[in-house]
Design a protein around this ligand. Structure first.
Ligand code: MG
Length: 263
């Protein structure tokens, strides 16, 4: 599929969808604490989305391995689960890290973002992993100058993570976003020898989503067809922003407040 550049009107609609994503993620971040379950966080996300007249993006997404469709509004991925974790009734524990990926469709247009929260007191190593993942996303966005090639940004991301002693996951990548949740281009967080480079043209809207492992970059999908965890069971983290490329530079459409740790 060709890359679809967005008009000012479309960008406005995506911005509104993203504002709702931010509102919901901020509320989930403030609620997440030891003893709270990810099913409770999911129910809150679904309710806030419904009240805003929007639809959760991930509910009912068909499974690529022929298993059941995704059953929840949020992906709740804890500790060694990287992405696509299914919310459950297990209470969060002090020392957990929890990635919440969440998206909505509002008036036809999509917004998508992910954060990794530190629950209670996490280990210094887990904290450094979460901060590195958050920082590499920030670094990527800052480097999204219009007309630049994406691979220059991907190279910066990969070397930043390597220097921190962690690994960038290669099995999952970011994506274009607009009328569809996943549009072209693919947005790899590394220089992919199989291709995937593109020009950051004004009008482009992409979801940039670095996934960083504490150990090996290898991941595996569990039998439910969704849950992706690290092959070595070490911790992992995930942050994501929907970003618009404009002539004036990048615009983060999902400026989640809890990322600056106000909660
Ligand atoms: Mg995404």
């Amino acid at each position: 599929m060709p890359i679809i550049l967005k008009s000012a009107r479309e960008l406005g609609l995506i911005r509104q969808a993203c504002e709702l994503v931010v509102e919901v993620l901020d509320q989930l971040a403030c609620k997440a604490a030891p003893g709270v379950t990810t099913a409770e966080l999911d129910a809150l996300a679904a309710e806030l989305t419904r009240r805003a007249g929007a639809q959760p993006l991930f509910t009912g997404v068909p499974n690529p391995h022929g298993k059941a469709a995704f059953p929840a509004a949020i992906c709740a991925s804890r500790n060694n689960v990287l992405v696509h974790g299914i919310p459950d009734e297990k209470p969060l524990l002090d020392g957990d890290i929890l990635s919440i990926d969440f998206g909505v469709r509002l008036d036809g247009y999509c917004g998508d973002a992910a954060i990794t929260l530190m629950i209670g007191n996490v280990s210094p190593q887990a904290k450094r992993l979460v901060q590195t993942t958050r920082d590499v996303l920030k670094l990527a966005v800052e480097n999204c100058h219009p007309h630049r090639r994406w691979f220059e940004v991907a190279e910066i991301m990969d070397s930043f993570v390597k220097k921190a002693g962690f690994t960038i996951v290669q099995d999952f990548v970011g994506h274009g976003i607009g009328l569809d949740m996943h549009e072209d281009p693919r947005v790899p967080n590394f220089v992919d020898p199989n291709g995937g480079d593109f020009v950051l043209e004004p009008g482009l809207v992409i979801a940039i989503e670095p996934m960083v492992n504490a150990g090996s970059k290898k991941v595996k999908t569990l039998n439910d067809g969704w849950t992706v965890r690290t092959a070595d069971s070490k911790f992992c983290a995930h942050f994501e922003h929907t970003v618009a490329i404009t002539e004036d530079g990048p615009e983060v459409l999902t400026p989640v407040r809890c990322l600056s740790e106000i909660c």
